[in-house]
Design a protein around this ligand. Structure first.
Ligand SMILES: Cc1ncc(COP(=O)(O)O)c(C=O)c1O
Length: 523
């Protein structure tokens, strides 16, 4: 490792003094940390093109001042305990540095926007956060075998650039699956491997949006998509959603550059766009000359009924760009997904992908191609689908046990449900606070990676519950704790206002006051 030091032979300061000063600054600036081994005097002299004696004398002085410590033949190290006057100098250096950061903070940058928050490092004991998976269901054994065997036949694949659109074997395997599972008949050329849907949004924006363009988008919508399009200075035009998905009649008559939609399972509500609406939506896209960006983020998880063909599978006019991801079926840490474009967009889409990053990492692509090509992926899906279906059942049963006839949506597919709170229950944000005090994470729209434009029917009284990361015991315990939290709040309110007691009456199924109108669990 070469230390970033450069000496100026023309300086009025001696080489030894320059070296001393630069090492001292590196230590005070934190680039050379306490305990770090310094280069040997011979190596540093060679690197700098100076005599070894120059380095030895500089090291000796730094040692005498307490910056360095020489441990005989073992080597020279940055001192663990920098003396007080060194630390005082360090504090001064930091103040000076912060001063310069202060200046740069005010320098204008072009980016104006915000980013979704889908990660959290602190999770409550029972966390129903959306988008989290159970690490125990990751196919470690198969993946380890695939990575090892893939590496052993890497050849020049890691030392040369690959096709920016992605590894052909992987694109072929994806194309082979899209026909039977989503009704999409495509050529591997139309597929671009991406780092998940998020890169897909970016790619579609780069491809389709000019400044000030209008983007029609579901209300509520996935935050990652809304923020991304907004960051391109697009005007977002919210379109309402009901229990049949996007309200096609509410779409703008003209002027949208693209429509972002989640037909298989509306995010976050979980509604499935009916076939009748899909056909009308395609008709709208053709009439208004609008591209549809179809985000099919978790269509592999359907527990009941047959899936409806993807919009792209129903489209015969090249209006649809399709996004798929392996974040749900394998894991978001993999960062792999795919974009499928109509034939006329293949060239520009490949160019945009090349501009973004010259293509995706080879090893993961090749391992995934192997996983898809054999039965491993289908077997894995079958196994986890079964597991998640049981967790979903457990969650809905637990809610019923504690809260009576609950109304939920999105239970026929996916990894989370939307619980529509009965009138007797507190508002979603209050319930979230109560549950948090009992160690349970539950999520109203605004904290469920959802973009709510306001005026949305689900803002106040809907709680999102992800169930994929919790086992059945945790799910049962989590719901029990939510019930206990509500009960405690009710007791407290009982000591306060009687009318509130009525509204918060316990959630026993036997308690008729509490029961919501018995509505079926809808998709
Ligand atoms: C609707 C929706 N689309 C896309 C994504 C992001 O997927 P990816 O990990 O493929 O970027 C998510 C993640 O939660 C999502 O909920």
């Amino acid at each position: 490792m070469e230390t970033p030091i450069s000496l100026d032979p023309c300086s009025r300061h001696s080489l030894q003094a320059q070296l001393h000063e630069q090492v001292r600054k590196l230590i005070l600036g934190g680039q050379l940390r306490p305990g770090m081994r310094m280069p040997t005097s011979r190596a540093l002299a060679m690197q700098l093109g100076v005599s070894r004696n120059t380095v030895l004398l500089a090291y000796e002085r730094l040692g005498a001042e307490g910056y360095l410590q020489t441990r005989g033949a073992v080597g020279t190290f940055v001192n663990h305990d920098l003396p007080d006057d060194c630390l005082a100098a360090r504090r001064l250096a930091l103040v000076a540095e912060n001063g310069s950061q202060h200046i740069s903070r005010h320098r204008a940058i072009a980016f104006e926007g915000r980013a979704q928050t889908i990660v959290g490092d602190k999770h409550p004991a029972y966390d129903f956060q959306l988008g989290r998976l159970d690490s125990h269901v990751f196919p470690f054994k198969a993946w380890r075998r695939l990575v090892t065997s893939t590496l052993s036949r890497a050849g020049a694949c890691l030392t040369e650039y690959g096709d920016p659109a992605g590894l052909l074997a992987l694109r072929q395997a994806i194309a082979d699956r899209l026909g039977p599972t989503r009704g999409i008949n495509v050529d591997p050329d139309q597929i671009i491997v991406i780092t998940g849907c998020q890169e897909g949004f970016n790619l579609t924006a780069r491809l389709l949006l000019r400044e000030g363009a209008s983007v029609a988008i579901e209300n509520p919508a996935y935050q990652g998509a809304a923020y991304l399009y907004e960051s391109y200075r697009a005007r977002l035009a919210p379109v309402a959603v009901d229990d049949k998905g996007l309200c096609v009649d509410a779409l703008p008559d003209a002027g949208a550059a693209l429509l972002y939609v989640t037909p298989s399972r509306q995010y976050p509500m979980g509604f499935t766009l009916s076939l009748e609406r899909r056909l009308r939506l395609l008709d709208w896209a053709r009439r208004t000359d609008t591209y549809i960006v179809e985000d099919d983020y978790d269509s592999d998880f359907r527990y009941r009924g047959s899936p409806i063909a993807a919009l792209m599978g129903l489209d015969s006019h090249g209006c649809v760009i399709y996004l798929g991801t392996f974040s749900r079926s394998i894991g978001p840490g993999l960062r792999l997904g795919y974009l499928v474009v109509p034939k006329h967009l293949v060239g520009p889409a490949r160019q945009v992908k090349a501009l973004f990053d010259n293509g995706h990492a080879w090893l993961e692509q090749a391992a995934l191609a192997g996983f898809l090509a054999h039965d491993s992926y289908e077997n894995h899906l079958r196994r986890i689908r079964q597991c998640y279906a049981e967790r979903r059942d457990c969650l809905v049963d637990s809610l019923r046990r504690h809260f009576g006839e609950v109304t939920v949506s999105g239970a026929e597919a996916g990894m989370h449900i939307a619980w529509h709170l009965a009138g007797e229950l507190p508002r979603a944000t209050d319930l979230q606070i109560m549950a948090a005090q009992y160690g349970v994470g539950i999520y109203p729209l605004k904290s469920a990676a959802a973009f709510d434009f306001g005026g949305c029917a689900y803002s106040e009284r809907t709680i999102m519950l992800g169930f994929a990361a919790l086992d059945e015991q945790q799910i049962r315990a989590g719901v029990e704790r939510i019930a206990a939290a509500v009960e405690a709040a009710q007791r407290t309110a009982g000591r306060g206002r009687a009318s509130r007691t009525e509204r918060m009456r316990p959630r026993s199924p036997a308690n008729a006051t509490f029961r919501a109108a018995a509505r079926p669990v809808t998709g």
